[in-house]
Design a protein. Structure first.
Ligand code: MN
Length: 312
C-alpha cells in the first residue's frame, strides 16, 4: 500500500471575515482544524493544533500515535490560553488521519465536528460521529438527521481541543484498500452540501484530490458559503510490485538496494528510481535473454562466414 495523490484547500467562504480553519496535507499525516474564540483566538487555536500535529507527525503510528499528538495539541492550546488572557476560552476542532503504509491502515482521531469520510467503490461513508449537540440529539432519537441539518444550534459542539486541561479523543482504524479516497473537512462543507452532492462532486472530478478539493469549495460557496470551508483529500494506491518475480536461486541478497520493496522509504522513492531498482530483480531472466540473443547472433554470423567461405 502507498499513499497516492493528495491535496488540501481552505477558503474563507462568503460570509465570514476571517478564515479560522487550518489544515495539514503532509503524507502520511492529514488533518483539519476549525478554530473558535473571540478576536483572532480561533485562528490561534487552529494553528497551534496544526503546528503540534505537524511536529509529532513523522514519529508516531496508529491509534496511540494519533491520540498522543492530539492530546499534545490540547495541552499547548490550553497552556497558551492560560498565559494569554486575550485568547482565554479559545478552542478548535481537529480531525487527523495518520496512514501506516506497512500495515495498510489509516488511524483517524477526532474531537468536535470536523469530519472524515471515505469514498470506496462509489459509496461515500461518514467515518466520524460529530461531537455536537445535534448529533447527540439525533442519536438519542430527539431529532431526525434532516431536522439536525436545519437546527439553529447545529454548530454547537460538545467537545473541543484546548478548552479543558485534558481531552477525550475518539479514534478509529480503517483497513485501507487501493483506490480508497479519504476526505477530511470542516463543517463549512457538510452544512452547505449533502453527502450525495459531495460524492457526486468527487466522482465528477474523477477522484482527483486537487480537482475535487477545488470543486467542493466552489460548490459550497455557490450554496452560500456561510462558514470557512476546508477540505483535505488523499488516496491509497497499490504498492509497486516487481514486474518479474525473481526465482529463488536468482534472488539477490537482502541489502539496502531492496528498500523500495518494503518500508516507508519506498513510498518516497521517485518512480524512475524505483523502476531502476525493481529492474534489478529482472536482471536474471533479462540477462539470460541477452545471453541467448548473443549466442544466436554468433551462430548466425558463424554460419554466414562459413557460407561465404564455401561459396567463394
Ligand atoms: Mn466551521
Amino acid at each position: 500500500m502507498r499513499i497516492g495523490r493528495a491535496a488540501g484547500v481552505t477558503d474563507t467562504g462568503r460570509r465570514r471575515l476571517r478564515n479560522e480553519d487550518a489544515f495539514i496535507c503532509e503524507p502520511p499525516l492529514f488533518a483539519v482544524a476549525d478554530g473558535m474564540g473571540g478576536a483572532r483566538a480561533g485562528e490561534v487555536a487552529a494553528r497551534l493544533a496544526a503546528a503540534a500535529l505537524e511536529e509529532a507527525g513523522t514519529q508516531t503510528r496508529g491509534e496511540p500515535g494519533v491520540t498522543a499528538m492530539i492530546v499534545e495539541a490540547n495541552r499547548r492550546i490550553w497552556e497558551r490560553a492560560l498565559a494569554d488572557p486575550a485568547t482565554a476560552g479559545m478552542g478548535t476542532t481537529v480531525t487527523a488521519a495518520l496512514v501506516d503504509t506497512d500495515s495498510g491502515t489509516v488511524a483517524i482521531g477526532h474531537v468536535g465536528d470536523s469530519r472524515a469520510y471515505l469514498l470506496r467503490d462509489g459509496a461515500l461513508e461518514q467515518l466520524t460521529t460529530d461531537h455536537s449537540l445535534v448529533a447527540e440529539l439525533v442519536s438519542s432519537g430527539v431529532l431526525t438527521p434532516e431536522e439536525a441539518e436545519r437546527h439553529p444550534q447545529r454548530s454547537a459542539i460538545t467537545r473541543a481541543l484546548g478548552t479543558e486541561p485534558t481531552v477525550e479523543v475518539e479514534v478509529l482504524t480503517i483497513a485501507g484498500q487501493p483506490g480508497d479516497l479519504f476526505l477530511l473537512c470542516s463543517d463549512g462543507l457538510p452544512t452547505m452540501l449533502s453527502d450525495g452532492e459531495v460524492a457526486d462532486a468527487l466522482e465528477a472530478a474523477e477522484r482527483d484530490p486537487a480537482t475535487a478539493g477545488e470543486a467542493l469549495v466552489v460548490a459550497a460557496n455557490a450554496r452560500g458559503g456561510e462558514d470557512n470551508i476546508t477540505v483535505v483529500l488523499f488516496e491509497l494506491a497499490e504498492g509497486k510490485a516487481p514486474a518479474v518475480e525473481p526465482t529463488p536461486a536468482e534472488r539477490p541478497p537482502p541489502g539496502p538496494e531492496l528498500a523500495p520493496d518494503s518500508g516507508l522509504e519506498a513510498e518516497m522513492v521517485e518512480p524512475e528510481a524505483s523502476q531502476a531498482s525493481l529492474s534489478r530483480h529482472g536482471a536474471g531472466p533479462g540477462g539470460r535473454a541477452a545471453a541467448l540473443a548473443f549466442i544466436v547472433a554468433a551462430l548466425v554470423i558463424g554460419a554466414l562466414v562459413l557460407y561465404w567461405g564455401i561459396t567463394r
